[in-house]
Design a protein around this ligand. Structure first.
Ligand code: SF4
Length: 309
């Protein structure tokens, strides 16, 4: 098969090819907040965002970047005693800060002997030209990608979930990042309230057209103490079944360009805080079911790419 044992171009496969060995990610908390939570744009945040700023498994913000890297390496030391890692700034908006501070923490991560690259999660409305210059500089000296939480290409849903920026902002940022050869990963959520399969797949087609480098698929998680939980209690909107989700993922994989790197096929939920869909807690089972679906239906990444371009 084209991508090892998989029918799609997984991040795992991509990193092995690039670095010649397995490379893990260590999730870090850079101590940021988000303009959608600190009152600059809103205090509500995106409707699904949890207290940790959508980074449930990152290090502790009370520790330095180096300490967090060491701590995370210790956690994976049994299965991964010596290998290299990508430092992943995950929680909140990781370019929402003073330029000198950004430089300091990114450089601190890169100075760790086992860090071979950087991944920075942010919003497309939080990267100004000075930050772009910094990202370009980093891109020239290390392996870098930027993650943008698109979630949906539908403007109405974006308003409903309080994303806080219009699609035009994403368009413009993708153009700037592509012009500087900075790799971008788009996050897409399947199962947002009032979205049907057609709307969800329109988001996938949109990122293909915008030439993102990678994609992270998420199943909408309703987490305790979020605005989404309140909406769910009030409206009981439709929760995707496992079968629906797997079918959507299969169709999405089929239409992606073969070069696009799939960073994730479903998210990690915490047993204590996840309200719905509870079926997603058995992540291994979900991933196995996706593999089975792809095999049974003879689906490989890119099979239908040409039909949509
Ligand atoms: S942009 Fe990210 S951190 Fe900010 S509110 Fe939305 S999900 Fe939370």
């Amino acid at each position: 098969m084209r991508w090892g044992e998989k029918r799609y171009n997984s991040l795992n496969y991509f990193l092995r090819e690039k670095f010649g060995e397995k490379v893990y990610k260590v999730s870090l908390d850079g101590g940021f907040t988000c303009p959608n939570r600190d009152g600059t744009l809103s205090k509500r945040g995106c409707i699904f965002c949890s207290d940790s700023g959508s980074g449930e498994f990152a290090g502790s913000r009370n520790k330095s970047i180096t300490e967090q890297i060491e701590e995370q390496l210790e956690l994976i030391s049994k299965k991964f005693p010596l290998g290299n890692v990508i430092a992943y700034f995950q929680n909140f908006t990781n370019t929402y800060g003073d330029l000198e501070y950004l430089k300091k923490i990114y450089e601190e991560a890169l100075s760790h002997p086992r860090v071979v690259g950087l991944a920075i999660a942010t919003r497309p409305d939080c990267i100004d030209d000075e930050i772009l210059d910094l990202l370009e500089e980093l891109n020239n000296k290390t392996f870098l990608w930027i993650e943008l939480g698109l979630q949906t290409s539908n403007e109405k849903t974006a308003l409903d979930i309080n994303r806080g920026w219009k699609l035009k902002i994403f368009d413009e940022m993708m153009e700037k990042l592509n012009n500087r050869n900075i790799k971008a990963v788009a996050h897409i959520i399947f199962g947002l309230p009032n979205e049907d399969h057609k709307t969800m797949l329109a988001s996938v087609k949109y990122i293909i057209k915008k030439k993102v480098w990678g994609v992270k698929f998420h199943l909408l998680h309703i987490i305790k103490n979020t605005n989404l939980e309140k909406l769910y209690i009030e409206t009981k909107f439709h929760i995707l079944t496992k079968e629906e989700y797997i079918d959507l993922i299969g169709t999405a994989i089929e239409i992606l360009d073969t070069d696009m790197v799939i960073h994730r096929l479903t998210g990690d939920g915490s047993r204590e805080t996840l309200i719905e869909p509870r079926w997603s807690l058995d992540k291994r089972n979900v991933l196995n079911s996706i593999e089975k679906h792809l095999k049974e239906n003879n689906i490989s990444q890119g099979d239908k790419y040409e039909k949509i371009t």
